[in-house]
Write a protein that binds this ligand. Structure first.
Ligand SMILES: Cc1cc2nc3c(=O)[nH]c(=O)nc-3n(C[C@H](O)[C@H](O)[C@H](O)COP(=O)(O)O)c2cc1C
Length: 301
């Protein structure tokens, strides 16, 4: 049976990846699951300089989902390369580094620094405020998404995936802007801006007041966005949002995503990614399908 997929130039032994920010640098999960089995690991958001996160509480459960306002805390790219990458490289899985910056130059510099480090791909998180334009979020403007993508692609040979925010009016236009600027594909969706209130203390559930919503509540929204892109283009898509079991993953693949990422569910059940891979395999066996690629984009409408 073939579980291998190709997303743009990135070849994966199976379509199951773990999402940025929910799997740290892999170390935390290594004692709990066999990382060699994963299609790939998307490393937590990495910036040029180390970044301190938001004040606590930074995570809160809400109905059907999770709120987070980590504030993109990370150790910075140099420390990542020296201290974390050697560990990740020990495993037979693809390493995709999620990068973010507050200017186009920062994104481009990150791409150049990571280009020759032996990682397998970059995932460009465009959900960041552009400090130079007064804080406008890159992800909402096709022109800015194109500029970042082009700047990144000019400075790296690695496959580049642009991670899209759901808080836009036309996701297809943004995906096309990224592709026209040289991306290998898009990954979607990032968490959705949201908040929660504790009625007893009347305080926000997050120290930062607002944050990002993830988890099962996202799945129907994300599926529709993946579908919108797939049916309007040939853009390779990695589906993200609310995947908690193999059926969820299959929904994305059937709609046309070439791979998927599992995020919040890792917190609930560290084994979930392995269970999803096993579940997909068993499904293919049961239906006598020899190649996962026969499932991808097989939606009957
Ligand atoms: C605690 C936490 C931290 C996250 N950090 C990042 C990040 O650094 N970069 C990024 O692009 N997405 C980040 N995300 C978004 C996830 O990668 C994913 O897009 C989102 O959670 C939706 O998937 P899910 O419903 O499976 O969790 C984070 C999500 C959570 C819950």
């Amino acid at each position: 049976m073939n579980l291998g997929v190709k997303v743009g130039r990135l070849e994966l032994k199976n379509p199951v990846l773990v999402a940025s920010g929910t799997f740290g640098y892999g170390e935390e999960y290594a004692p709990l699951i066999d990382l060699n089995q994963l299609g790939g690991i998307v490393v937590k958001g990495t910036s040029l300089k180390p970044k301190i996160g938001n004040p606590p509480p930074r995570l809160a459960e809400v109905s059907c989902g999770l709120l987070n306002a980590i504030g993109l805390e990370n150790i910075g790219v140099e420390q990542f390369i020296q201290e974390k990458l050697p560990f990740l490289k020990k495993f037979d899985t693809k390493i995709i580094v999620n990068i973010f910056g507050f200017s186009i130059d920062e994104y481009a510099a990150l791409a150049e620094i990571l280009d020759t480090t032996g990682i397998d791909a970059l995932e460009v998180n465009v959900s960041c405020p552009n400090i130079k334009t007064g804080g406008e979020v890159f992800a909402t403007d096709p022109k800015m998404v194109a500029q970042i993508t082009q700047a990144v692609c000019q400075r790296t040979h690695l496959p580049v995936f642009v991670k899209l925010s759901p808080q836009v009016t036309d996701i297809v236009a943004i995906a096309k802007a990224a592709m026209d600027a040289g991306a290998d594909g898009v990954s979607l969706i990032n968490s959705f801006p949201a908040m929660g209130v504790d009625v007893f203390t009347r305080k926000p559930k997050l120290g930062n007041i607002t944050g990002g919503l993830s988890g099962p509540c996202l799945k129907p929204i994300a599926l529709k966005m993946v579908w919108d892109i797939v049916r309007n283009s040939n853009i390779p898509v990695i589906g993200i949002g609310g995947i908690t079991n193999f059926e969820d993953a299959l929904e994305y693949l059937i709609v046309g995503a070439k791979a998927i990422q599992i995020g919040s569910a890792n917190f609930l059940n560290p084994q979930v990614s392995i269970e999803v891979i096993k579940g997909i395999k068993a499904y293919l066996e049961r239906h006598e399908i020899k190649d996962i690629n026969m499932i991808i984009g097989s939606l009957k409408t």
